[in-house]
Design a protein around this ligand. Structure first.
Ligand code: GRF
Length: 232
């Protein structure tokens, strides 16, 4: 499996046991994103439009478990490299994730961005890229983890739900929370309206969260790894 050759993280001088993705606060210097997506790719599109080729960011590739994922079409339209890693192309989930991890490393990625990636990542993959994988979830975690978070919120009669960007750990939607934003649930429980409001919020929050990481403002406290601290 080998040691990741990603450039970050490195030890933060401010305190033992804590680290920063970058120390050049306020600057983004060639920050390379690999996005993994299984679905329509509207979050990928937001990242392509708001970050790619700007402020030092580049989406260097988009990967999927599905050869025909619409997200891959969006990537190709933007001139971004694509690859697919179908589960049935490998002996096991671990083997698939090992191949995908090698590909990600070969691209010199700084951050792996899950944008509607519908496969569980195997533990070795999470360990290999720990602190360098983020996910977006359509609820205010820890509320409504897992599938159909919007349906769960409606079913529970929540008045407010929202969007969470979090680092990925071995659990399902359990990693350290980076940013959250509330979205009110329409009084009439209109699912389509709520989905639209959540997606619009996601498309703002994900680029924002990635900027915060790239600027080196994020630290995960090793003593309390569910805690993310920002300097801004
Ligand atoms: C988003 O709602 C995201 O929160 C969830 O999967 C969905 C992906 O949508 N993880 P899209 O493919 O980016 O349009």
């Amino acid at each position: 499996m080998g040691t990741p050759k990603l450039r970050h993280p490195r030890r933060d001088r401010k305190g033992a046991g804590r680290w920063a993705l970058r120390e050049d606060v306020g600057m983004v210097n060639a920050f390379r994103l690999v996005v993994l997506a299984s679905g329509s790719g509207s979050n990928l599109q937001a990242i392509l439009e708001q970050l790619h080729g700007q402020e030092g960011f580049s989406v260097v590739a988009v990967g999927s478990d599905l050869v025909g994922a619409p997200a891959l079409g969006r990537a190709r339209a933007a001139g971004v490299e694509t690859a697919s890693f179908p589960r049935d192309g490998y002996a096991s989930r671990e083997a698939r994730d090992a191949a995908m991890g090698d590909w990600i490393e070969s691209l010199g990625a700084d951050l792996v961005v899950l944008a509607g990636y519908m496969q569980l990542l195997s533990k070795p993959f999470v360990v290999r890229f720990r602190g360098r994988i983020v996910n977006i979830h359509p609820a205010l975690l820890p509320a409504f983890p897992g599938l159909d978070a919007i349906g769960q919120a409606l079913e529970a009669g929540a008045e407010v739900t929202g969007v969470t960007v979090h680092f990925v750990d071995e659990g399902i939607d359990t990693g350290p929370v980076l940013l959250q934003r509330e979205v009110p649930v329409p009084a009439d429980g209109d699912r389509a309206a709520l989905e639209e409001a959540i997606h619009a919020t996601e498309h703002q929050l994900y680029p924002e969260a990635i900027r915060v990481i790239a600027r080196g403002l994020v630290r995960i406290d090793a003593d309390g790894p569910k805690v993310v601290m920002t300097d801004e």
